[in-house]
Design a protein around this ligand. Structure first.
Ligand SMILES: Nc1ncnc2c1ncn2[C@@H]1O[C@H](COP(=O)(O)OP(=O)(O)OP(=O)(O)O)[C@@H](O)[C@H]1O
Ligand SMILES: [Mg+2]
Length: 250
């Protein structure tokens, strides 16, 4: 796939990893239609880290789900490395997600009957990796995340912070280009939250991924390259002139 385009000036420009154009999302509840996303434009580059902030109910999870193709927008377009995503079938998108996107949610969604190792291996097995290779890779990741002693434990025997670290290992086992995290430390005590935050911030360097994290924690957000605020269905970027108090005429 060609990931590069020539701009009118003749310079080689890299296509953004994700380009979001005019996304809207409406939900219908009974008779009532609510307009959650009202026109979102966003470019996310490879190996960028980005926080999405905003009050409860503003549409952060809705946006993250669309970026991760878990949900389709009502209108608008999302291109991944220049390729339109939502013209693809659900089946096609499921394969795309498995290969290219890692998810970390507020609730770990680990399967309770599987060990930490088996939970981590799962996306790799679904993606067709051999059991032996998946096992090696999962074990390597869990070791890297400080869970060497916890591999054979089921989620019920792990602390909240450990469960979330397993979820991070599971998110990166397929070497995705992007990790989408939705309040990944929302359920953790301050110390465990700090460990998981450190780990997520480091993933860009350790695994070369782009990180988009929804968070209510301004300190965590400040550690990202970009901070995007959602307000009334639209985005405002910190550092964006629209957000700065005007000094005109002063
Ligand atoms: N499947 C759905 N059907 C109907 N309404 C929905 C659906 N999903 C989300 N909504 C509504 O869309 C709005 C945005 O929800 P969303 O979960 O994206 O907010 P959020 O910013 O993630 O909030 P929080 O910080 O509480 O997680 C809310 O009013 C919510 O009730
Ligand atoms: Mg949410």
């Amino acid at each position: 796939m060609n990931n590069e385009t020539i701009d009118p000036g003749g310079t080689l420009m890299e296509e953004p990893l994700l380009r979001v154009d005019g996304i809207t999302k409406d939900f219908r509840i009974g008779e009532k239609e609510i307009h959650v996303l009202k026109g979102i434009d966003l470019e996310i580059r490879g190996r960028e880290t980005m926080a999405i902030l905003g009050v409860s109910g503003v549409g952060k999870t809705t946006l993250l789900h669309i970026l991760g193709t878990l949900d389709r927008p009502t209108r608008g377009r999302v291109a991944y490395r220049g390729q339109d995503l939502f013209s693809r079938s659900d089946k096609d998108l499921a394969g795309f997600r498995n290969r290219e996107i890692g998810f970390v949610f507020q609730f770990h969604y680990l399967l309770s009957d599987l060990t930490a190792l088996e939970n981590t291996m799962l996306p790799a097995l679904i993606g067709g990796m051999s059991k032996k290779r998946a096992e090696q890779k999962a074990a390597g990741l869990l070791r890297e995340l400080g869970l060497e002693e916890r591999m054979a434990h089921r989620p019920g025997k792990l602390s909240g912070g450990e469960q979330q670290r397993v979820a991070v290992a599971r998110a990166v086992i397929m070497d995705p280009r992007i990790v989408l995290a939705d309040e990944p430390t929302g359920n953790l005590d301050t110390r465990s939250a700090g460990v998981v935050e450190d780990l997520l911030v480091r993933l860009r360097d350790t695994h070369g991924v782009t990180i988009v994290a929804v968070t209510h924690n301004p300190q965590f957000a400040a550690r990202m390259d970009r901070q995007i605020h959602m307000f009334d269905g639209r985005l405002l970027e910190a550092g964006n002139p629209g957000l700065q108090p005007t000094t005109k005429g002063v």
